[in-house]
Design a binder for this molecule. Structure first.
Ligand code: ADP
Ligand code: MG
Length: 288
């Protein structure tokens, strides 16, 4: 067991305080403070280049912050190596689908488990007894993950032969294979059609209903509005708003961030009406 910095609070899974990272002169994320509540679906939105993916890279241990800290279950993980962050229960997908197209769906999920949980691959190379036990454990975890990602029955299909949507599911399964407590999804619906988006939305909702805490970055408003319990808005690396979908979509700072300071008033009005219409449509859909 690792020592805790704070007693774990049941209402907070992940906490970040004054989180920031600078690349040369570019402050990509700056002073972001907040928390992820267990069992809540959190969406992170913001214009292109706002720092959303960088924020994921920070909380998943891929980048080390130049300021601030990150606590997971009360434990300081700010400097923890990626495999340790994964082992503690944080898994993520990448904005560009990173799957092995020449391997089977099952092999992808097995690799998702192994690559992310193994700090050394000596056992694999030497074929030790421990290696055989690990391989069995990875295969077991992979089958469970594929079922949760909606890919049962496709284990032996070549990943490259799947539809875009199914390839997205493979990357989700690779993350699920590490048995996470929180799943970070970076634009899961990018590049798939509206019908596939609805199906993927349903799977994400089922994962959340099963107890997984989901944080997603998305541009598709329909997906955000149907999934998110809570929205955090980034702009120029800073958190400019957060709250319920209704609160955030009415927030003048958010509307400004999306439209820019120079948009004509009638353009802003049209965009606001469009958003309201989309929301009404989605709410109508809920009752259907
Ligand atoms: P978003 O996901 O919101 O579209 P990103 O987080 O990808 O935005 O990028 C935010 C900013 O951080 C951009 O200016 C981007 O160029 C910069 N950035 C991200 N990663 C790196 C990196 N590894 N090196 C240098 N700059 C980076
Ligand atoms: Mg991004």
């Amino acid at each position: 067991m690792l020592a805790s910095d704070h007693p774990a609070r049941p209402d907070v899974l992940l906490e970040f305080d004054d989180l920031g990272i600078r690349f040369g002169g570019n402050q990509a994320v700056q002073g972001v403070t907040g928390r992820i509540t267990p069992g809540v679906i959190t969406a992170i939105i913001g214009p292109n280049g706002a720092g959303k993916s960088t924020f994921f890279n920070l909380i998943s241990g891929f980048y080390k912050p130049t300021s601030g800290r990150i606590l997971f279950g009360g434990q300081d993980i700010t400097k923890a190596p990626t495999h340790e962050v994964v082992r503690l229960g944080i898994a993520r997908t990448f904005q560009t689908t990173t799957i092995y197209k020449e391997l089977s769906v099952l092999e992808n999920a097995v690799l998702g488990h192994r690559v992310r949980t193994n700090s050394g691959l000596w056992d694999a190379l030497l074929g030790t007894g421990r290696e055989r036990r690990q391989r069995a454990a990875s295969t077991e975890a992979a089958h469970v993950a594929l079922a949760r990602a909606g890919l049962a029955g496709q284990e032996h299909t070549l990943a490259g032969n799947l539809t875009q949507e199914a390839q997205k599911r493979v990357s989700i399964a690779m993350a699920l294979a590490t048995e996470p407590k929180v799943l970070l999804l970076d634009e899961p619906a990018a590049g798939i059609n509206p019908e596939e988006t609805v199906n993927l939305t349903r799977t994400i909702r089922e994962l959340a209903a099963g107890g997984l805490t989901v944080v997603l970055i998305e541009h598709k408003m329909s997906m955000i509005m149907t999934l998110a319990d809570h929205i955090m808005v980034l702009h120029h690396g800073q958190k400019i708003a957060e709250g319920s979908p209704q609160q955030v979509s009415r927030d003048p700072a958010v509307i400004e961030a999306y439209l820019g300071g120079h948009a004509e008033p009638h353009v802003k009005q049209a965009a606001t009406e469009e958003l309201a219409a989309e929301q009404a449509q989605i709410q109508g859909g809920h009752h259907a």
